[in-house]
Design a protein around this ligand. Structure first.
Ligand SMILES: [Zn+2]
Length: 547
């Protein structure tokens, strides 16, 4: 499950072997769940981070299981796999270089571009002492550091940005900076920084390099420079299997199989300092295992009035990347999709409370007729919303009825301790049985109706003084915040904004991503009137709003 941004309250729960008497066939399913989860949540898979070798081992395992279950391939090129791109920040390419008087400087050790540097190349003659039109400028950040050494609000990067912009205005072609003071600066190339690039390259020359190559400030320097910063990509893979019953409608069952790896993407709640594998047994080897076993049961069943598509998503923990990609690049005719069931964290049923959370209850009138809180086994807690911190949200956004199964949050959530030995396997089988019964109940219902529901706050909007009423697209890699959806009756909709708009400015504040957008929102109070600037296709629009 994608990280909850709001504060979580949970009860400590222990899982006891359930006292249910199981038939032999059921015991086999339970044993299979154990096999799948032990493998998927084993250390060898290193936490199944999207694009990693652990993800590869996991998708190979799932593909083999799909083949054994008799599913048809519904990924790319007659395989079960559907690859998609994940933006992984930015990198400085090997083509980049800085040569001063014939000396090829070492990247990182002797120089590096700052994160907001533009790309560019030049061959020129320059001198540190001269700041001329059409030449590179050199700037010692010593004065900035010394003047602000007691200023806790001082932001060196911002200050350098302003100096660089000023130099560019005065026709400098490159802005070289160095630090001759004893005060340490923490400047570096940050691959994750998302900033609007400066007009000219901004290059940091380290102390070692300054001493070695730029000692004489009046000397003339032969400079050859090339800076090339590019987007870095990695690839996630959805695993997609199909049961073709020649039916007019298709039911989608989904579960994400990716997890946090070693926590490299900063979505872990683990606070220790040693790097540990996040095995993700409940999140979401549990849902993956249940999906594999459900595919076998459905394949062998007499319920043939729908086709079935089984999708194990990747990229979920990064922001629903895999499911979003699938809904935009479906491998079945999307108009035939009947409904979608999402299993995310179904392995921690508490045997004493027997609580099961089902989300998406409001997304079809049929759910109200079919599902009841008075289940023989579970104490069911319904949530009507079609959105939440998992992959069903992507389908709900495309007007597909959804149901989201979840056995509840626990102390090991998004920590290295989410391990296979803590799974309640019998409890998970009970969840599977419930879903199988639901499939039986809807087998002859045809295509079911869709209804819109309220939106669940995904990102702590409750803690904000003001809100626009947009659902940010967390997978958007451009500059600004792309609205995936617009809430009914809220400020953005009333102003005339539409889904797909990219918000780039609020009042005088520009921002680059969801994080900086949230920080910007915090600068406003209820009742403030301001303007919001958005990009819609090639147009730039400005709307007047009052918070
Ligand atoms: Zn998760």
């Amino acid at each position: 499950m994608k990280r909850f941004f709001y504060c979580l309250l949970f009860l400590f729960t222990t899982s006891f072997v359930n006292a249910q008497k199981l038939k032999k066939a059921e015991k086999i399913v339970v044993a299979n769940l154990q096999t799948h989860i032990s493998y998927l949540a084993g250390d060898q898979l290193e936490g199944r981070r999207t694009g990693s070798n652990g993800e590869k081992l996991a998708y190979e395992y799932i593909s083999t299981e799909f083949l054994k279950a008799g599913l048809l391939t519904k990924g790319d090129n007659a395989t079960f796999l559907q690859a998609f791109e994940v933006n992984d920040g930015r990198m400085v390419t090997n083509a980049s270089h800085l040569i001063i008087n014939g000396n090829d400087l070492a990247i990182e050790k002797e120089y590096f571009p700052l994160s907001f540097s533009s790309n560019g190349s030049l061959t020129t003659v320059a001198s540190i002492a001269l700041q001329e039109n059409g030449s590179p400028w050199f700037y010692d950040i010593k004065d900035l550091l010394e003047a602000n050494k007691n200023n806790p609000h001082f932001d060196l990067v911002d200050a350098v940005k302003i100096k660089a912009a000023d130099a560019a205005k005065k026709k400098a072609t490159t802005f070289f900076i160095y630090n001759s003071s004893a005060i340490k600066d923490e400047l570096q190339f940050d691959p994750k920084a998302k900033t609007i690039p400066s007009a000219i390259p901004v290059i940091y020359v380290t102390k070692i390099a300054k001493e070695k190559f730029l000692k004489d400030e009046t000397a003339s320097l032969d400079i050859q420079l090339k800076i090339e910063i590019v987007d870095k990509k990695r690839y996630g893979h959805n695993v997609i299997g199909y049961i073709d019953n020649n039916a007019a409608t298709t039911i989608i069952i989904g579960a994400h199989y990716d997890h946090l790896g070693y926590g490299e993407d900063h979505n872990s709640l683990y606070t220790g300092t040693t790097s540990l594998i996040h095995n993700g047994a409940d999140d979401n080897a549990s849902g993956t295992a249940a999906l594999i076993e459900l595919s076998k049961l459905i394949k062998a069943s007499k319920y043939k009035n729908n086709n079935y598509l089984f999708i194990c998503f990747s990229g979920e923990e990064l922001g629903l990347f895999g499911s979003k990609y699938f809904t935009e690049h479906p491998t079945v005719n999307f108009t035939t999709v009947n409904y979608m069931i999402n299993l995310d964290m179904v392995g921690r049923l508490n045997d004493s409370t027997q609580g099961l959370n089902i989300g998406g209850y409001g997304t079809s009138p049929l759910w109200g007729q079919t599902l009841t809180a008075n289940d023989k086994f579970f104490k069911i807690k319904f949530d009507s919303s079609g959105t939440g911190p998992s992959d069903h949200t992507s389908f709900y956004r495309k007007d597909i009825p959804v149901l989201f199964f979840f056995t509840g949050i626990h102390n090991d959530y998004h920590k290295p301790t989410d391990d296979a030995d803590k799974i309640n396997y019998t409890g998970e089988w009970m969840v599977m049985k419930y879903i199988f019964k639901l499939i039986e109940d809807t087998d002859k219902k045809g295509k079911i109706a869709f209804t819109k529901t309220r939106e669940t706050a995904m990102s702590g909007t409750t803690s904000f003084k003001v809100a626009l009423g947009i659902m940010p697209d967390y997978t958007f890699s451009g500059i600004g915040v792309r609205a995936d959806g617009i809430s009914e009756g809220k400020i953005a909709q009333k102003a005339g904004m539409k889904a797909g708009d990219i918000i780039v400015q609020l009042g005088n504040y520009k921002f680059t991503d969801v994080q900086t957008y949230m920080e910007t929102l915090n600068k406003f109070n209820k009742g403030d009137a301001t303007k919001v600037k958005v990009k819609r296709g090639n147009e730039e629009l400005v709307f007047d709003i009052v918070f």
